[in-house]
Design a protein around this ligand. Structure first.
Ligand code: ZN
Length: 208
């Protein structure tokens, strides 16, 4: 990617948009009403909108290393609060991806400095599912499974928030867990049983 081309590309993009709809930017400037909050990995290969075929205005996006949803991450929690309570999205997606560098780093014993506390959350997922994961002999298979389980646990973390619990009760908000298979381009729905998980964890995490 040549940075000298960025502004040239931008002008080309404006021209293309206006050719289809001369009011495009006027409409875009009026506000947003996204249906979906997407929480994904910062990995440069996993572009949120492009892989879903979504247009500007359709998806509220939050990305961090290994698509984590931590209750003490003010950034992620603010995004969830704003998207769910104020923009009133009807769906929240956690999207992981195979060949995730963050998940791989958490599977190895290495001191990665400032990254340690972040990766510790993924190590916690490993610990929670240690029995299942340790039974998988093939390293790559175990790695892929940890990606799936990490998505599942981040969905659970979403369900622990007051914003998600309230929106579920008031208007049937849904939480989804997806994985992007980087080697084939396929987006896979893990079909996480949101209602079952919700019922299961409510005994402990119910907030109102
Ligand atoms: Zn990743």
């Amino acid at each position: 990617m040549d940075l000298n081309n960025v502004f040239k590309n931008n002008k080309k993009w404006i021209k293309n948009k206006l050719a289809i709809d001369s009011n495009y930017f006027e409409e875009l400037g009026k506000g947003q009403n996204p249906e979906l909050l997407y929480i994904g990995c910062s990995d440069s290969r996993v572009t949120a909108e492009e892989l879903m075929g979504a247009q500007p205005g359709e998806v509220f996006v939050h990305r961090n290393i290994a698509n984590m949803v931590s209750g003490i991450d003010l950034n992620a929690m603010s995004v969830v609060e704003y998207a769910v309570t104020h923009l009133k999205v009807n769906h929240v997606v956690v999207c992981g991806h195979y060949a995730c560098g963050g998940v791989k780093a958490a599977m190895q014993s290495a001191d990665l400095g400032l990254l340690n506390p972040w990766l510790r959350y993924i190590r916690d997922v490993y610990r929670l599912h240690k029995d299942e994961l340790n039974k998988i002999e093939d390293d790559n298979e175990r790695y892929d499974r940890l990606v799936d389980l990490n998505v599942q646990e981040q969905c659970v973390n979403l369900i622990k928030t007051a914003a998600v619990q309230k929106a579920y009760r008031d208007r049937g908000l849904k939480v989804h867990g997806w994985v992007f298979d980087i080697k084939t381009g396929n987006l896979i729905d893990l079909k996480i049983d949101f209602e079952h998980i919700l019922a299961d964890i409510m005994e402990i995490y119910h907030l109102d």
